[in-house]
Design a protein around this ligand. Structure first.
Ligand SMILES: O=C(O)CCC(=O)C(=O)O
Ligand SMILES: [Fe+2]
Length: 230
């Protein structure tokens, strides 16, 4: 007998994201983004995938990383008082990097489907904070001046302890003097927040700290400018 009941299993499969480790962190991420505009989820991706990204991050030689600046392209300035991390932008030139970008592409589509954010693309870099490095309190985007909508940071460090520093601190969107969350950069943890709304900071790291920072962007192309500009 055919049934008119909706096939819940099928619905689930269509809306789920196989590359992600479990349904739970994804549902929590959506709920948090809807209700508060930021979210921190542990074990967001599968253990093997996260480990492969960690290995990749650790194996980049310093000589192939750039001292991170503030701003992009022609706006790029070295402001060493503001930040002291080294970065390498991620291109799909190795299988694990390609897999990461493909996974974030799936996340982009899922976020658009559920939250109607109109996200157009994603850019990301590996970041290495050596002992003593930090990133002072900042916003990733200024209202109306950037196409960055949603910031993501995936952490890649084993056994982060009290005293290792390097925490991500998130501040209240209405009062950036008020701290609302402080998180160890522990392996598998994914932080996501609205780029224009939440000031955040990386406390001085006492040991090497690896992460992948990225941004989902909208397309602000007009007849005068091509955007995103890459
Ligand atoms: O690594 C983090 O916890 C945050 C990094 C950050 O704020 C950035 O790269 O803009
Ligand atoms: Fe940031």
């Amino acid at each position: 007998m055919p049934t008119l009941e909706p096939d819940l299993n099928r619905l689930y499969v269509e809306n789920s994201i196989p590359a992600f480790s479990r349904e739970a962190p994804f549902s929590s991420l959506l709920m948090d983004l809807q209700t508060q505009g930021w979210s921190v989820q542990d074990d967001f991706f599968s253990t093997g995938f996260t480990q492969a990204l960690k290995d990749e991050a650790e194996n980049i030689q310093n000589a192939f990383m750039l001292q991170a600046g503030v701003g992009r392209k022609q706006d790029h300035q070295l402001v060493l008082d503001a930040r002291r991390d080294y970065i390498q932008w991620i291109d799909p030139d190795k299988p694990i990097r390609k897999d990461f970008l493909r996974t974030m592409e799936e996340l982009r589509i899922a976020l658009n489907r559920r939250l109607f954010l109109g996200l157009f693309d994603y850019e990301a870099h590996f970041a290495r904070y050596e002992k003593g490095a930090f990133y002072e309190k900042h916003l990733d985007a200024f209202k109306g001046e950037s196409n960055r909508i949603l910031s993501t940071v995936l952490y890649l460090n084993d056994d982060w302890q009290d005293g290792d520093g390097g925490e991500l601190v998130i501040y209240d969107e209405n009062n950036p003097d008020i701290e609302i969350g402080r998180f160890f950069p522990k392996k598998g943890r994914l932080a996501v927040f609205l780029s224009e709304c939440f000031h955040h900071e990386v406390i001085v790291a006492k040991r090497t700290r690896h992460s992948i920072a990225g941004w989902f962007r909208v397309n602000n192309t007009t007849s005068m400018t091509l955007d995103p500009d890459q």
